[in-house]
Write a protein that binds this ligand. Structure first.
Ligand code: G1P
Length: 299
């Protein structure tokens, strides 16, 4: 039975070791792209898709995320007193209107599938849900990736997963999907295969809409790659029972901010698109002497 999509799960319990030392005391989701932490972009992408309940699967070291979305009365009254209205505007819509944030602790780091399962008691047994991985930023000038997927979900009433081509030597960083036909029906899914094992080079990008059945399947998913309960394995089980479609994000660009290179590229490109900063930042970048700044070959 079709039910409207209103819930999204964002797993934020991971320790972000790839960004150490920056993430020793700061959650990786609080790293900023220009002037907003990654998690704020993700929450806004979910809200634009009509999501009203966002479930953060979190960890004791990640309180800064919840604090970021809380009202800070002292800060607001100081800004009001000093008539700093532009600064007030900057914090006014951190939590999009009409959105509730719900936090659930993941008691042990048992994998992405386990993190999603931690939300099972707040997602009704007949309710679809979205999953957004906060490492991946999906830029679009108008309609975000999840909003595009939610529109497609309304037509197909079945699970929809964002997919993107990656070079063959990178397939071992992602869930990889094999699809058939022009409608991208998914026929196989493998978590982080070697290039030899990979059924294609279409990677799972980090945006998903699932039918309620996925949550039930996660309950019996055994540890897989890396000894962790993998979301991809439960999705592969779902393929035996239901149709699942791949989805190509249109008119935008994804940035893998779980990786330093992707994070830096996001910062440069978001800064160039920023209405206030863009022009001066473009002038600055154009003035760089890239011959002089050419990195020395590492020994
Ligand atoms: C996770 C998923 C993987 C997906 C990736 C997208 O991996 O397990 O299937 O392709 O996110 O970013 P992680 O990056 O958490 O290792």
């Amino acid at each position: 039975m079709y039910r409207k999509l209103t819930k999204a799960i964002i797993p934020v319990a991971g320790l972000g070791t790839r960004f150490l030392p920056a993430t020793k005391a700061i959650p990786k989701e609080m790293l900023t792209v220009v002037d907003k932490p990654l998690i704020q972009y993700i929450v806004h992408e979910a809200a634009q898709a009509g999501i009203t309940d966002i479930i953060l699967i979190t960890h004791s070291s990640k309180n800064a995320i919840e604090n970021h979305f809380d009202t800070h009365y002292e800060l607001e009254s100081k800004l009001l007193e000093s008539a700093k209205h532009d600064r007030l505007d900057a914090i006014a819509d951190i939590t999009p209107p009409g959105v509730n944030l719900i936090s659930i602790r993941q008691p042990e780091a048992l994998g992405l599938g386990h993190a999603i399962l931690c939300a099972s008691h707040v997602v009704a047994p007949d309710e679809p849900f979205a999953v957004l991985l906060p490492d991946v930023l999906m830029y679009h000038p108008q309609q975000g990736c999840l909003a595009q997927m939610a529109e497609y979900y309304k037509q197909v009433h079945t699970s929809v997963v964002a997919l993107e081509q990656v070079p063959s030597d990178q397939v071992d960083k992602y869930g990889i999907a094999a699809v058939k036909d022009a409608d991208l029906r998914i026929v196989d899914l493998v978590e982080k295969p070697t290039p030899e094992e990979a059924p294609s080079n279409l990677s799972v990008v980090g945006r998903y809409i699932f039918t309620p059945r996925l949550m039930q399947l996660l309950k019996s998913t055994k540890p897989g790659k890396g000894g962790e309960i993998q979301l991809t394995d439960a999705m592969a089980d779902l393929l035996n029972e239901q149709v699942m479609f791949g989805f190509e994000f249109k008119g935008g660009k994804s940035y893998d901010c779980g990786d330093k290179q992707g994070f830096l590229e996001a910062n440069v490109e978001y800064a160039l698109r920023d209405p206030q900063l863009g022009s001066s930042f473009h002038t600055y970048l154009s003035s760089l002497d890239l011959t002089e700044l050419k990195p020395k070959k590492s020994k």
